[in-house]
Write a protein that binds this ligand. Sequence first.
Ligand code: ADP
Length: 483
Amino acid sequence: MFEITSVVKKSINKVKIFRSLKFRFFIIIMLIGIIPSAITRQCILLNYEDRAVSVRTSDVMNQCRILANHLVSAGYMVNTSIDTINGELEQLSNLYDGRVLIIDGNFKIIKDTYAISETKTVISEEVIKAFNGESSTNYDDVNQYIEMTIPIVATDTDQVAGVMLTSVSTDSIVDSIEILRRKALILEITMALFIFAIALSVSSLLVQPFARVTKAINGVREGFEQQDISIPDYTETESIMDAFNQLLSRMKILDNSRQEFVANVSHELKTPLASMKVLADSLITQEEVPAELYREFMVDIAEEIDRENEIITDLLSLVKMDKTSGKLNIETVNINELLELILKRLRPIAKKNNIEIVFESVRPVIAEVDQVKLALAFSNLVENAVKYNRKNGWVRVMLDADHQFFTLEVSDSGIGIPEQEQEHVFERFYRVDKSHSKEIGGTGLGLAITRNAILMHRGAVKVTSVEGEGTTFTVKIPLTYIA
Ligand code: ADP
């Protein structure tokens, strides 16, 4: 088992190396360094071979032409026993490690410096061409020789009297190429080692900023305390770090708001408990407490328990409505009926302060919504409109729709919300006037719940208000649910 996992780990590491940027840089630098030098070496060698062969060919050709003139002028074509000419022919074949054949007008070999083919007949394309006055050369790189045919032209008649067929070895050229090739290879290996070292250090250097990015991110993993990180080496690392810093600050905000929420919840839950404790303590410490006082204090304690209960219920609704975690139970709902039902429940409460609730519906609205969650959201708005109203005031609920959205407007003739407070009213536990709110009641969670429920439906809510005159909350929700 251990062996298997270690083998798997090793192969994973191998694959990782191939996928690394460092490895890719390394390979690219190596290829850029080595391929051109290999191509250059091959080109130089091929060029050298071509050049050496053509120099050798023209050298031999010149020698042969001179010799051909000697042959004619000395009458060698009719008498091959002229020593000086034979000597020159031997010298030529020795000098170039080759063989010279002299062929007469009947295609018969009259002289072979190897002395093996004399009197034989040679009829080849090149020989026939030479009899037509055309010289030709041919390089056989496999067998390593150059063959050339030259016409021997009689000076007086300008007639081709014979053909000189010369073949010279190119062994010496091949040897020099081999030496050159070996030297080039040594040079190339040295260069490859040099490039290897450069590739290794340059590729490490190039990916260093990325290692720094990883290190910086790892450093932050422990906590969000660290300030903004900057790795300005490349624009790429800079943008990675910019994105990361943005994410970090967003996480910091989330973390802060989580901490603040926990602190608020603890505070809110502790307040009724503290009141109960004071009431209970004062009963305990007093001797012979009259029964009326007991009753009075117990009523107060029961109120505090109710309040505690209200806070916990609202908190639970809020948690359920959290737009990231909540699930909606979408159904087709008649919004008019839903509102009628909410208003019917709230009218008796409004009546206590002689507040009139009016419902105006421009058209009947049917929408795909979560009935329970939306009912809670709308109730909160109308409840607030009643709660933060004046005696003999009014609340107007207006419902309208277009082909895409339905709009609900809850207006009141109440105390209003100061302009600077308006953007905060949807925050959890936020209350405009804490002391005033206490006697009215409320947890500061109602509008947070409302907003979450509306956002879950991909809707929007906004507030407009004039202090002392009244407030209007406008809600806009899509008629069909967008998942
Ligand atoms: P609460 O439980 O205190 O009503 P909400 O979240 O429902 O909490 O409202 C937050 C604060 O916004 C309230 O405390 C109140 O100060 C203000 N507010 C909400 N609705 C209205 C309104 N219709 N008119 C005036 N003030 C309002």
